[in-house]
Design a protein around this ligand. Structure first.
Ligand code: EPU
Length: 306
């Protein structure tokens, strides 16, 4: 299908904000990437379902864009539709008491920081490990984001999602094969939200824990916001950061993409880095670790390709 004909059907669909030729550099924390043909924000669940049904039928390439904090978009223009969840996925609640725990639903489009603020305001414990993790709840759920021994799968009761045929389903935690940095969801699913189990506590205790974790991260992770978090996953029983550090990659640079001098598993965009620079640097980092320790690092950053 030609681009002009998918432009026509997208413009004809109701309840969706469309942005044409939208620079991915504006939608990713690394601030890298060329234009995506269309950025679509459906305002309602029905509009989202209609949109997905149509792009699937017509074979239009598409992907779901969360907070853009864990992706590397290509420099070249992408003939694809980036779908971002609209306000309908931005709600927190309802919350209900169940014995001595509180169960709260949170939409996939909610920013992680907003979710944490909600927990802090209501003195709810259990999500503090998310302190400082950027992006959206939907993206975090997909990746099973985690830090400091906690991950999103831990407190999750059930997931609210659209499966690959667009059907809305509720998946209980035990039905998911969650593991390190993956919730085990199949490609093509859309995570609309999830319900978490939290413990009531004192607001001051939550605040203290958040402050402690943020400060500790500040000491070891780069201060620049132009990053995409850890580049590689930790290999079983080891630490990618330590291996990369020993392999001597700190400060290594390709164009304006540079390995942080503070943490060897982070790449910082010093200003005008291109996607190609970041990718070349990642390849060099992988090669160093492979040659020094015979270990193949697995990428945590999702490289978007079309
Ligand atoms: N280390 C070095 N040199 C470095 C960096 C780290 O020797 O340049 C050593 C540290 O001294 C430490 C070990 O490596 O002994 C682990 O480092 P760190 O505590 O920084 O944790 P990490 O394993 O690198 C993980 C997550 C982070 C999360 C932190 C805090 C992964 C790949 N990374 O980092 O998650 O914030 O723990 O809990 O699982 C992310 O996934 O994007 C991310 C930032």
């Amino acid at each position: 299908m030609s681009r002009s004909s998918w432009r026509r059907f997208l413009e004809g669909a109701g309840g969706i904000s469309l942005e044409w030729d939208s620079p991915m550099a504006c939608h990713t924390t690394l601030r890298v990437g060329g234009a995506v043909a269309c950025l679509a924000r459906p305002h309602t669940l029905e509009a989202l379902r209609g949109l997905l049904a149509r792009v699937r039928d017509e074979g239009v390439p598409w992907f779901l864009l969360g907070g853009g904090s864990n992706i590397l978009a290509p420099d070249n223009p992408m003939d694809a539709v980036a779908v971002r969840l609209g306000a309908f996925a931005g709600e927190i609640g309802p919350a209900k008491m169940a014995g001595d725990e509180v169960q709260v639903y949170v939409g996939g489009g909610v920013r992680m920081a907003c979710w944490l603020r909600f927990c802090l305001r209501h003195g709810l414990r259990g999500m503090e490990f998310l302190a400082g993790i950027p992006g959206t709840v939907g993206g975090g759920l997909w990746m099973n984001a985690g830090a400091d021994g906690g991950c999103m799968a831990d407190g999750l009761l059930w997931l609210d999602c659209l499966d690959a045929s667009g059907e809305r389903i509720r998946l209980e935690r035990r039905e998911l094969e969650a593991r390190y940095r993956s919730m085990g969801c199949a490609r093509g699913w859309v995570l609309l939200g999830g319900c978490f189990r939290l413990r009531p506590g004192k607001r001051e205790a939550v605040r203290k824990r958040l402050k402690y974790l943020v400060n500790r991260r500040r000491e070891v992770q780069p201060s620049s916001r132009r990053t995409a978090g850890c580049v590689f996953k930790n290999p079983p029983g080891s630490s990618a950061g330590r291996l990369l550090d020993r392999a001597g990659v700190k400060g290594m640079r390709v164009g304006d993409a540079q390995v942080s001098r503070r943490h060897a598993n982070w790449i910082v965009n010093r200003g005008r880095a291109r996607s190609r620079d970041v990718l070349t640097l990642m390849e060099r980092m992988e090669k160093r670790v492979r040659e020094s320790f015979g270990i193949r690092l697995e990428r945590e950053i999702q490289v978007v390709e079309f």
